[in-house]
Design a binder for this molecule. Sequence first.
Ligand SMILES: CC(C)(COP(=O)(O)OP(=O)(O)OC[C@H]1O[C@@H](n2cnc3c(N)ncnc32)[C@H](O)[C@@H]1OP(=O)(O)O)[C@@H](O)C(=O)NCCC(=O)NCCS
Length: 136
Amino acid sequence: MIEPMTIDHFDDVMALWEKSENIGLSSADERKKIEAYLARNPAMSFVAKENGVIVGAALCGHDGRRGYIHHLAVAASHRKKGMGRELAARCIESLRSAGIEKCHLFVFQRNKDGKAFWEKIGWTSRDDIQVVSKDL
Ligand SMILES: CC(C)(COP(=O)(O)OP(=O)(O)OC[C@H]1O[C@@H](n2cnc3c(N)ncnc32)[C@H](O)[C@@H]1OP(=O)(O)O)[C@@H](O)C(=O)NCCC(=O)NCCS
C-alpha cells in the first residue's frame, strides 16, 4: 500500500534509507529539514507499506519549474516486485497534477543498479550535464 509520507514516518523512513546502499544522506535529511520539505511539497512524497511496515519511500517536490525525486529506496527484501516503479509513478503523478512538466533526480555514478532501474522505467540518463554544487 502506498500513502503520502508524513513526518510521523520519519524514523522508519530514515532507518530504511540508512540500510539502503547508494542513498546519500546529509544534514539536509535531519527531521526538521524533512518536515519543512514535506510542508513545502504536500502529498508529493510517499511511503510503501506491507503489513503496516514501511518497506519503500521516496521524497518528491518541485521548485515551481522542475520536479525532483530524492532517496527512492525499497527494502532489499521487497525489491523486484514493482514497488520502486509504483513509488516513482505516484511521485510523477503528483508533479503532473501541480503542472510540472519535467522531473530530474541525482544518481551516484557508481550506482549501476539505480541507473538500470531508472532507465528500465523510462528515464533517460544524461551525459551532457554535470552537477555543480556549493556549500552555503
Ligand atoms: C533501485 C530500487 C529503488 C528499485 O526498486 P524495486 O522495487 O526493486 O524496482 P521495481 O521492482 O519497481 O523495478 C522496476 C523495473 O526495474 C527493473 N530493475 C529493478 N532493479 C534493477 C536492477 N538492479 N538492475 C536492472 N533492472 C532493475 C525491474 O526488473 C523492473 O523491470 P520490469 O518491470 O521489466 O521487470 C531498489 O533497488 C533500491 O532501493 N536500491 C537502493 C537505493 C537506490 O539505489 N535507489 C535509487 C537512488 S537514485
